[in-house]
Design a protein around this ligand. Structure first.
Ligand SMILES: Cc1cc2nc3c(=O)[nH]c(=O)nc-3n(C[C@H](O)[C@H](O)[C@H](O)COP(=O)(O)OP(=O)(O)OC[C@H]3O[C@@H](n4cnc5c(N)ncnc54)[C@H](O)[C@@H]3O)c2cc1C
Length: 421
């Protein structure tokens, strides 16, 4: 069996893992990026790709960790876009159309104006548009609109495209893509992580980054039913307007949102459902999405329906991602649980992990304490340690799990497969 050794092995080729691999490879690290399904095979090809940290985090607490991370995410995109495009010669996937936060009654308008006053301290470019101006700028909006916040710098992203481009960028810098590879367990040398065991072969590395999205609980030691990261199903609908295109992302709070894409299609989203790992679009989901069209932009009723689909947001039980090295397991890094904001915060997370692995300070003056990897428990999933054998005669058998753990993983893998459409 071929033995592979790297500086870093990244498990999961979604937007988070691909960004991590890209930034590390660009910095000269020997990187392997592996995924059992493919590049952007899960949430990172399913998401709506809104780059709207203000929408997701709100104005109630301007120091909220997710808002700070999201704003750092936007700053990071400014440089990543230019960098990737010059390195690959391809469009990075960013759609630079502004976002509108519309109000459809007086109470909403008042609440939005209050939010605006607070948010302008962070983003001075935000401004209020009266109803007439909103209708003029975005004729597809419902005529009942009472005004809107205009956010010029919050655009959107072709998330699957960017993820694939990050992998291409990583490969240009020498990263190896190992697909399909199903990572089963961590390899250990005493207390230090030393790589991962995949179904195909062991892969040794000084650092292992878990970027395993909604499947991350399989690596957690926390003993609870929901898992420390759980899948939150989101259904989306793509429409193609028959007349004029939508000119803004429309974020209508709890009602839902409309996202204009580079090819002029419009994504309508999204449901939030706890359905395990099921990704089947349903009639009920479609009704909910058509309701968004009806209430927010009824002019789109003439649009043709292109497709419906669903993906699984990787949501952590306390709502915050896990970012950084696990203190009790040196060499093990977590980059999981980005929930609804992985398009915004995925690439900056990859950059943060890459900087920290190289011993550099946390970028963008971020406070990472709220994202501490072990705040809810450890991530070990320990195999029989490598150190029980002499370095020269390590055999695959040494990596096999204790019987009980093997059974748990086998059962979970089986359950995953059963639940996947
Ligand atoms: C409907 C919907 C709408 C969304 N809208 C937005 C939005 O507007 N804005 C925004 O910022 N975010 C949005 N998101 C969230 C965003 O898409 C996700 O947070 C992000 O894609 C998560 O990326 P990830 O890399 O963590 O996970 P994923 O993309 O799911 O990648 C995880 C990868 O790990 C692999 N993997 C798992 N376990 C193993 C293993 N043992 N071995 C090998 N490989 C493994 C999987 O195959 C998968 O490819 C949305 C998500 C959904 C579903």
């Amino acid at each position: 069996m071929q033995r592979r050794t790297y500086d870093v092995v990244v498990v999961g080729a979604g937007i988070v893992g691909s960004a991590t691999a890209y930034h590390l490879a660009r910095a000269g690290q020997r990187v392997a990026l592996l995924d059992r399904s493919g590049i952007a095979a899960e949430a990172s090809d399913a998401g709506a790709g809104m780059l709207t940290p203000l929408a997701e985090a709100g104005a109630s607490d301007l120091s909220a960790p997710l808002l700070r991370l999201g704003l750092a995410g936007l700053r990071h995109y400014e440089r990543l876009e230019a960098q990737l495009e010059s390195e690959t010669g391809m469009w990075a996937g960013l759609v630079h159309l502004p976002t509108l936060y519309p109000a459809f009654d007086d109470g909403q308008a008042e609440a939005l104006r209050r939010d605006l006053a607070a948010l302008q301290s962070l983003r001075p470019e935000l401004r209020w548009l009266e109803a007439d101006e909103v209708r003029q700028r975005e004729p597809l909006l419902a005529p009942s609109v009472r005004g809107a916040i205009l956010s010029p710098a919050e655009g959107n992203l072709a998330i699957g495209h960017l993820t694939r481009l990050l992998v291409r960028g990583a490969q240009l810098h020498g990263a190896e893509l190992l697909i399909p590879r199903n990572a089963l367990a961590l390899l250990w040398d005493g207390a230090r992580v030393q790589g991962v065991l995949t179904e195909e072969d062991p892969i040794e590395a000084r650092h292992v980054v878990l970027a395993t999205g909604a499947w991350s609980s399989a690596w957690s030691d926390r003993d609870q039913q929901a898992g420390v990261v759980y899948p939150l199903k989101g259904q989306l609908l793509a429409l193609r307007p028959s007349g004029q295109p939508l000119r803004h992302t429309i974020y209508a709070g709890p009602l839902g949102y409309l996202v204009p894409k580079a090819d002029s299609s419009v994504f309508v989203g999204a449901t939030s459902e706890r359905r395990g790992f099921d990704k089947t679009p349903t009639a009920g989901g479609l009704i909910q999405l058509l309701e968004v069209v009806q209430r927010v932009a009824p002019a789109l009723k003439e649009a043709s329906v292109e497709r419906t689909w669903a993906g699984l947001r990787p949501v952590s039980v306390d709502g915050l991602p896990f970012i950084g090295e696990a203190p009790s397991s040196p060499g093990l890094w977590l980059a999981v649980g980005h929930g609804r904001v992985g398009a915004i915060t995925g690439p900056v997370t990859g950059f943060i992990i890459a900087e920290l692995i190289q011993g550099r300070p946390v970028p963008y003056e971020l406070d990472l304490r709220p994202f501490a990897p072990e705040r809810l428990g450890t991530w070990r999933r320990r195999l029989t340690p490598l150190s029980t054998a002499g370095a020269g005669d390590r055999q695959l058998e040494l990596f096999s799990r204790p019987a009980e753990a093997s059974q748990t993983v086998a059962q979970e893998d089986q359950a995953d497969r059963r639940e996947r459409p």
